[in-house]
Design a protein around this ligand. Structure first.
Ligand code: PLP
Length: 439
């Protein structure tokens, strides 16, 4: 009998014992094609010799040095490398151990920035419905998925939520994509004005919405308008690239595709590629200088921030992504994946939309393609597709509640950047089997 507290107490998952390339193997020898990199984590695949060597060397040289006393060579080198390639004026990197820690730190830094610059009345955070920013209480508050939040509502902080930029469902028939983008962005200005411009500290969004919407990029022009609105009212723009960053959507930083830069940016998942738990919050020199010239101290911290072994893994991962142009490979293999999905499901009566960027693709299921009506949530479609795919030897990431936290179902795909054309065919074929069996 297991003493591990599993994610789903009604299930005993198989034991993973080995990983190689795009496959994971359980203790019975069964192979699983990792079609979602777990949850958009394993961007380099499993068993990467370079990252393993970097981790082994670092753990032997220096496993841990508390950042209250010391910095470390890998943390310094990784921060340098990230800043060298970062968009806009991002200038400082605050290392953490995962995505929720990154977004949580971002919210606190935004608040402290305004306190330090004598604007303590700026306290409101605006985020978007159908986004996910993590499971700790601040990050959960910022997220817009009702299913994940409902029972914890009494514990959450107040956050305003505007609609996502979700063209498939929210663009009106008589609207162009550009017109829709401006209308969607206008919700931010309206909400800032409703709350009072001097009371808003930040707007947080995922450039490509991952887990809760299924790889939905904004229409062209949306984020440019969002950036303008934030600038107009002195509101900080926090981009959460925990899932979509680190090359997954074809650029090292996802927001490069939107032609904008944030004031604060969060990364994790692909940064450690699964070899170590690591995330980071990056901020501009303006924000950093305000803290440095004010109290001199960001009132935050965790024991494991800047962990040398995690940083060494992150450094090896980012170096590899850059040296081998793996973001470019994510873009080109993303086109292969998208074409294969369209070929297999483009005419499927229950596939309403196939969307995404790079190796971050989503398939949205509908009961009726014409009306875009969703399936009855009681059918538990997403969970059943996940089980059927797993049975067939495919790990993918189906989620219910696409539309509003309850209705809608999608499947998120985020395979390793090293995936071959033949493995893409295997992925799509196994996904097809799983969907047909379930429907
Ligand atoms: N932000 C986004 C966009 C995510 O997708 C996730 C996790 O899926 C998180 C934050 C939270 O990251 P973690 O699970 O590492 O805490």
């Amino acid at each position: 009998m297991s003493h591990v507290f599993p994610r789903d107490c009604r299930k005993s998952p198989p034991v993973a014992v080995r990983g190689e390339g795009c496959y994971l193997y359980d203790s019975t020898g069964k192979a699983y094609l990792d079609g979602s990199g777990g949850a958009a984590v394993s961007c380099l695949g499993h068993g990467d010799a370079d990252v393993i060597a970097a981790v082994q060397k670092q753990v032997a040289d220096l496993a841990f040095a508390h950042t209250g006393f010391l910095t470390s060579e890998p943390a310094e080198a990784l921060a340098d490398l990230l800043i060298q390639h970062a968009p806009g004026n991002l200038d400082r990197v605050y290392f953490v151990s995962g995505g929720s820690e990154a977004t949580e730190a971002a919210i606190k830094l935004a608040r402290q920035y305004f306190v330090e610059t004598d604007r303590p009345e700026r306290r409101h955070l605006i985020a978007r419905q159908q986004s996910y920013h993590g499971n700790t209480l601040g990050a959960l508050s910022a997220g817009g998925n009702e299913l994940r939040k409902r029972q914890f509502a009494p514990l959450l902080v107040e956050v305003s939520h505007i609609a996502p930029c979700y063209e498939y469902v929210l663009r009106a028939e008589n609207e162009t994509a550009a017109e829709y983008g401006l209308r969607a962005a206008q919700e931010l200005e309206d909400e800032i004005l409703r709350l009072g411009p001097d009371t808003v500290m930040a707007f947080m969004a995922e450039p490509v919405v991952g887990a809760t919407l299924g790889a939905v990029p904004a229409v062209e022009g949306y984020f440019k308008r969002i950036r303008e609105i934030c600038d107009k009212y002195g509101v900080l723009l926090i981009l959460d690239e925990v899932m979509c960053g680190m090359g997954r959507t074809g650029h090292l930083f996802a927001c490069n595709a939107d032609g904008i830069a944030p004031d604060i940016l969060c990364i994790a998942k692909g940064l450690g590629a699964g070899y170590q738990p690591i995330g980071a919050m990056m901020c501009t020199d303006t924000i950093y200088d305000a803290i440095k010239g004010g109290s001199g101290f960001f009132q935050h911290g965790h024991t494991y921030i800047g962990h040398p072994v995690a940083a060494a893994a992150g450094l090896a991962v980012v170096q590899k992504i850059l040296d081998q142009d793996l973001a470019g490979r994510a873009a080109s293999q993303g086109e292969v994946l998208s074409a294969a999905l369209h070929a297999k499901f483009g005419q499927h009566p229950n596939v309403g939309d196939i969307r995404g960027r790079g190796l971050f693709q989503g398939v949205e299921l509908v009961a009726n393609r014409e009306t875009k009506e969703t399936f009855d949530p009681a059918r538990g479609l997403a969970g059943r597709i996940k089980s059927a795919a797993f049975e067939a030897g495919l790990i993918c990431y189906p989620m219910p509640g696409t539309r509003d936290g309850r209705y809608g179902d999608h499947i998120l795909l985020a395979p390793p950047f090293i995936i071959s054309d033949a493995q893409i065919d295997e992925l799509v074929s196994k996904l097809h089997t799983a969907i047909e069996q379930t429907l």
